[in-house]
Design a protein around this ligand. Structure first.
Ligand code: NAG
Ligand code: NAG
Ligand code: NAG
Ligand code: ZN
Ligand code: ZN
Length: 438
């Protein structure tokens, strides 16, 4: 048979082979949700989540959290690397060799005083798991427990990424820099959602959350007496015009169908009513759903501040902040992974439980993983209207509905194990072709 015909036949074979093998594969993962709801996994996850909730730790200080994670991994005989990215943990389940697929949970808490009165309230004054990262860790451990029990069926290696410092600390970048994602084919993550029901996921292909960046500017003039402004150069009036002009970038220069935000949250200048100060400091943030829009805003913010300062005979310096508040790119879900997600989660929950997520005007540092390798993140519903309405993330009244934990654990486990099956199907056929032909 000629090469072309042979290749065609392989393509046809591959086309037909892919679907049945894939649905067959879901037979071992179809039990994952029931398994995750069993007390030996559910109660265990709840217990872990509550322990972490009681001892919240901020970015790069997750020492007790990672200690708990490594001790559970040890009990499960799951090998891991620690420390990765200061306080991160990376575990491995499966063959230990290629292909690799990663699951990510963030571990850090927020500098918020918890105001929920309950048995497992935060024991640390001024710190709280108000974004659900305690639940994210518990669910990834739940997935680990399920996958470990099915290790023989895993066609490659699942990499468990427990990431520090999601809340503006750039933990994802440090994980990437550590090399933990080298040779990893795809990464999946989730975030709890207080306004979607338990058993429902919300997601979308393409842009999901904005990129965010922070900046600071100093506008310098020349101080003087309020009554003789002709001998001074007034940075207060200059800065007032700068702030108005910055808003005109959004109203006059950018596409109204491409949502963007620019907010000046800090304006500091002057001490008293009858003195013109030497300088004014402003600081702000901007958000957009594409890297191009982010770059455009960045460039225009600098031009407008410097140019508008010059109109008022002032000088200005603009700094885009790194370190403490790193630049986070927009969160953009990979198209192929979206299709894959719909097939796996549709099988588990039913297609009607997959809702289209609203665009989010906040940012998620999972976006950094998505710039490095194909990545996919979705929202996991945890609302139960018959019980209560849940406050939004970052509220001191934030609550996790623990009934959602089995869903997160089972979806994680299913996404990872089926992805390796999918990769396995895709690869040997290609290799066979070359073996036969050459
Ligand atoms: C990635 O794969 C290359 C080539 O197979 C190998 O040399 C390297 O050690 C791998 N890196 C990791 C972190 O496994
Ligand atoms: C602005 O910078 C120029 C050049 O360094 C300097 O000559 C001028 O005095 C500065 N003006 C103000 C208001 O600081
Ligand atoms: C919602 O809460 C009620 C009352 O606790 C419970 O019976 C029901 O199973 C919950 N629903 C889900 C989907 O967890
Ligand atoms: Zn958060
Ligand atoms: Zn979060």
């Amino acid at each position: 048979m000629g090469f072309v015909k042979w290749a065609n036949l392989l393509l046809i074979f591959h086309f037909f082979a892919a679907t049945p093998i894939f649905s067959h594969s879901s037979s071992f993962t179809s039990k994952f949700l029931d398994l995750a709801k069993e007390p030996k996994i559910f109660d265990w996850m709840v217990n872990i989540r509550r322990k972490i909730h009681e001892n919240p730790e901020l970015g790069y200080e997750e020492f007790k959290t990672s200690e708990l994670i490594t001790s559970e991994l040890t009990k499960l005989s799951i090998p891991y690397k620690y420390p990765v990215a200061v306080t991160g943990v990376v575990g491995f389940i499966g063959t230990g060799s290629s292909p690799f697929v990663a699951l990510r949970a963030d571990m850090d808490a927020l500098p918020i005083q918890e105001l929920v009165e309950w048995e497992h309230k935060s024991k640390v004054a001024g710190k709280m798991h108000a974004c659900g990262h305690d639940a994210h860790v518990a669910m990834l451990l739940g997935a680990a427990k399920i996958l470990k029990a099915h290790e023989k069926e895993i066609l490659g290696t699942v990499v468990l990424v427990f990431q520090p410092a999601e809340e503006g600390g750039g933990g994802a970048q440090k994980i990437i820099d550590s090399g933990a994602l080298e040779n990893v084919s795809a990464i999946f993550g989730l975030h709890v959602h207080p306004n979607e029901p338990v058993g429902v996921v919300a997601t979308r292909s393409g842009p999901l959350a904005t990129g965010s960046s922070f900046f600071e500017a100093i506008i310098s003039g020349k101080g003087g007496h309020a009554a003789i402004p002709q001998y001074a150069i007034d940075p207060i009036v200059a800065t007032s015009n700068i702030i108005i002009s910055l808003q005109h970038i959004l109203s006059r220069e950018v596409d109204p169908l491409d949502p963007q935000v620019l907010t000046i949250g800090k304006f500091q200048g002057g001490e008293t009513a009858n003195v013109i100060p030497d300088s004014v400091l402003i600081a702000g943030t901007f958000r957009a759903f594409s890297r191009e829009s982010m770059m455009y805003l960045k460039q225009r913010i600098e031009q407008v501040i410097i140019g508008q300062a010059a109109v008022h005979k002032c000088n200005a310096t603009v700094t885009f902040l790194n370190g403490d508040k790193p630049y986070s790119p927009p969160t953009i879900n990979n198209y192929d992974l979206h299709e894959y997600f719909k097939s796996v989660v549709g099988n588990m929950l039913g297609a009607n439980k997959i809702k289209k997520a609203q665009l989010l005007m906040g940012s998620e540092d999972f976006a950094l993983f998505q710039e490095a390798i194909p990545g996919y993140i979705f929202f996991l519903g945890m609302e139960n209207k018959s019980v209560e309405q849940l406050p939004s993330a970052h509220s001191p009244y934030f609550k996790v509905n623990e009934d959602a934990l089995p869903y997160g654990a089972a979806i994680h486990a299913s996404l990872a194990s089926n992805y390796l099956i999918k990769l396995h199907q895709d690869q040997p056929l290609v290799e066979d072709k070359y073996n036969d032909e050459l």
